[in-house]
Design a protein around this ligand. Structure first.
Ligand code: BDR
Ligand code: CA
Length: 311
């Protein structure tokens, strides 16, 4: 299996992404999960991560708490989308498993430095603070990373937290800049693709029809999550952002995109955290990322439903 570290800020869509990864032991070896402040403050994102590992029946997965705030800016959270706990919807029991001692950034650096060159894939589901900090602490990790796959940013769909910026990049644009300027191979799942992965009523009903604790919990998570986006965008269902990252590792054939140059805006308050995507190659800058903008959404939800059935 392909060794991965997942970095996350659950978040209902993070939770579904974690469940998908936990349901793919033949393809993915989860070396550990590092948690970051994002959708809600760090103590809650840590607790939510532990809850999801236990829901999946995998309390042995190492979970580390990472950074509690962005590198330079004040914290921004998204309770309006995810609820007060970050995981509103189902009634999941208080976790019994514990977070591991040590800092998430140290776990990332130590694990990467002990790995073979170009071997570990980093799956980034929240603000990029932990990886941004790891790159500052030990720049040599770049050679150890096979690929960074991240949910963040936008090209034509532009912004969901400010008119110009997507939440994960907006929260810590300086960390995002470190990642995009680092030279690591990057695959980006921006709003352009995640806005095509909608949790329609029919798709949510298929999770519920699994009749398992995981199926019921996912249906309850998505039932809560969609209230916000349905009201806001008038769509049937909400975009299932973060699971696109894990689905890319399992079924890259479900996606299409283009290799382009991406830069992060850190200088202007109005467009802070904008991903400036050179889709038409007008800048002359070399490509630093594969930006995905197309998805076979039926295939994606089939993958999710069949995999989650195995938990
Ligand atoms: C991203 O922001 C968070 O609210 C979601 O979990 C996702 O990672 C979407 O902009
Ligand atoms: Ca997230």
């Amino acid at each position: 299996p392909r060794p991965i570290i997942i970095d996350t800020d659950p978040g209902q869509d993070d939770a579904v992404a974690l469940l998908l990864a936990l349901a793919a032991p033949e393809e993915l070896e989860i070396l550990g999960i590092t948690v970051v402040a994002g959708n809600v403050p760090l103590p809650l994102t840590v607790r939510n991560t532990l809850k999801i590992c236990e829901l999946a029946g995998k309390p042995e997965i190492p979970v580390y708490a990472g950074c509690a705030r962005p590198m330079m800016r004040r914290s921004v959270t998204a309770e309006q989308v995810h609820g007060k706990t970050g995981l509103d919807g189902p009634d999941l029991p208080e976790p019994v498993m514990r977070v591991r001692p040590g800092h998430g950034v140290d776990f990332m650096v130590d694990t990467l430095m002990a790995a073979h060159d170009a071997s570990v894939t980093l799956c980034m589901l929240g603000p990029l603070t932990n990886l941004g900090m790891a790159l500052v602490k030990e720049p040599a990790i770049v050679t150890k990373i096979r690929e960074v796959v991240l949910m963040g940013g936008a090209w034509m769909e532009v912004g969901n937290v400010t008119p110009a910026s997507e939440f994960n990049i907006h929260v810590d644009p300086h960390a995002a800049h470190n990642v995009f300027a680092s030279g690591v191979p990057i695959t980006v799942m921006p709003l352009d693709v995640t806005h095509k992965a909608l949790t329609t009523r029919e798709r949510v009903a298929r999770f519920r029809a699994l009749g398992t604790p995981v199926g019921t919990a996912v249906a309850d998570l998505l039932g809560f999550f969609e209230r916000f986006d349905e009201a806001k965008y008038g769509t049937d269902g909400a975009p299932l952002h973060d699971p696109c990252v894990i689905a890319w590792l399992l079924r890259p054939d479900l996606f299409q995109g283009r290799r382009v140059a991406v830069e992060i805006e850190t200088g202007s308050e109005r467009t802070m955290g904008m991903t400036v995507v050179d889709w038409w190659g007008v800048s002359g800058q070399p490509a630093n990322a594969l930006v995905i903008n197309q998805i076979d959404s039926d295939g994606f939800f089939d993958l999710l439903t069949t995999r989650l059935a195995s938990l």
